[in-house]
Design a protein around this ligand. Structure first.
Ligand code: NAP
Ligand code: MG
Length: 398
């Protein structure tokens, strides 16, 4: 059988530990036998970030800007213990943070849904994708503990010499006060990333906040969403048969629980932090959660939402069998190949990625799965396999 050709290379971003091992196996067993794989390779393994003084991370992000589509393996974000373990000269920053800031992107998290892993919410049939704005708000706040009576004020001193001042609260005793900010430019990028993602997924886009209470701050988010939708996206959404709608966050929470899933839910930074953990947990397993970074100009980087699975890697290094689930890492590859196929007009490539996803889902639905899923699967006779055994079983299904 002739291999499927590619035109533009994918930006391939290698990583660390157990996911680096899976990375190689996925390519060997599931991609290279079928696709004439073209990639521009960036090794973000911690030792190479050290050797290049982290320049490799910047280069990888710029390659995504240039080529449009990347696929990334999980990477270690060093802490003090890693600095010692790897003899690092510095505690290098999170590669995901670096790439996100260069691409100015938004991260979308979506679960892989299989029959035998039932969401805790029984009516959820399709994935719910969470888009979290990852800039400002409470993550960049300024807080004060008020010791006793006095007045807290919000003061803005314009670069033009203007000054506005409003009273926050007149304290009669001890308390606390908090200052938050966001900027239009970041919100606009967030909105465009969400609109691009919804178009590419062919799903409705919801945005929710608390504009009835936060009449200026949250209202600004709502207005920017509405403005960009009306002026840039409405026609494209209608053509694709999808919709955008805003609703209050309390109403959204109720609707999400009653829904069947199958939409993108955009949220402010804090709401997205909390709701993404809730939705991920309710769908069943971290190993089944994918993640895509989308820039406002439509560049994409696909990865797994989980980390490098350190505990399994140490077992693997000691020669023991492991039960690491490759689904999210595999879906990062298929997501990237599908997108590349769409952009380059290679229908075969996108179709192949779709078939590979189906084969992986059917493998699990036939009962063949790693231990993490075996523990929560229902309605199927489970045949547990190790990390490599699972990848081989997917290949047989292919
Ligand atoms: P983790 O790698 O996500 O693993 C935490 C635990 O979750 C594992 O020990 C395992 O549980 C389970 N798990 C996660 N993925 C699994 C999979 N594919 N198959 C089976 N079980 C899975 O998180 P971590 O141990 O906190 O972090 C390890 C390293 O990853 C850290 O250095 C961190 O900096 C990095 N990290 C990177 C990213 C990224 O690059 N996007 C994200 C998060 C963390 P059991 O041990 O109980 O089997
Ligand atoms: Mg969280």
């Amino acid at each position: 059988m002739a291999k499927i050709p590619m035109k533009t290379p994918l930006v391939e971003i290698d990583g660390d530990e157990m996911t680096r091992v899976l990375w190689q196996w996925i390519k060997e067993e599931l991609i290279c036998p079928f696709v004439e794989l073209k990639t521009e390779y960036y090794d973000l393994g911690l030792m190479n970030r050290e050797a290049t003084k982290d320049q490799i991370t910047v280069d990888a992000a710029q390659a995504i800007k240039r080529l449009g589509v990347g696929v990334k393996c999980a990477t270690i974000t060093p802490n003090a213990q890693r600095v010692e373990e790897y003899g690092l000269s510095q505690m290098w920053k999170s590669p995901n943070g670096t790439i996100r800031s260069i691409l100015d992107g938004t991260t979308f998290r979506a679960p892989i849904v299989v029959d035998c892993i039932r969401p805790f919410v029984p009516n959820w049939k399709k994935p719910i994708t969470i888009a979290r704005h990852s800039y400002g708000d409470v993550y960049k706040d300024t807080e004060l503990r008020v010791a006793g009576p006095g007045t807290a004020k919000l003061v803005f001193e314009g670069a033009d010499g203007s000054r506005t001042e409003s009273e926050i609260f007149r304290f009669e005793g001890p308390g606390i006060v908090q200052g938050l900010y966001n900027i239009d430019r970041s919100i606009e990028s967030f909105v465009r990333s969400c609109m691009e993602y919804a178009l590419s997924a062919g799903e409705d886009l919801w945005f929710s906040a608390k504009d009835t209470i936060s009449k200026t701050y949250d209202h600004r988010f709502k207005d920017i969403f509405a403005g960009i939708y009306e002026s840039e996206y409405k026609a494209r959404f209608e053509e694709k048969g999808i919709g955008y709608f805003y609703t209050l966050i309390d109403d959204a929470v109720a609707r999400v629980i009653r829904s069947e899933g199958g939409f993108v839910w955009a949220l402010k930074n804090y709401d997205g932090d909390v709701m993404s953990d809730m939705v991920a947990t309710a769908f069943g397993s971290l190993a089944m959660m994918t993640s895509v970074l989308v820039s406002p100009d439509g560049c994409t980087e696909y990865e797994a939402a989980h980390g490098t699975v350190t505990r399994h890697y140490y077992k693997h290094r000691a020669g023991e069998a492991t039960s690491t689930n490759c689904m999210a890492t595999l879906f990062a590859w298929t997501g990237a190949l599908k997108k590349r196929g769409e952009l380059d007009g290679i229908a075969e490539l996108s179709a192949f990625a779709g078939r590979l996803e189906q084969a992986a889902i059917q493998t699990i639905e036939s009962g063949v799965m790693t231990k993490d899923l075996a523990a929560i699967a229902v309605g199927v006779e489970v045949k547990p396999v190790d990390s490599r055994g699972f990848i081989r079983a997917i290949r047989e299904h292919m």
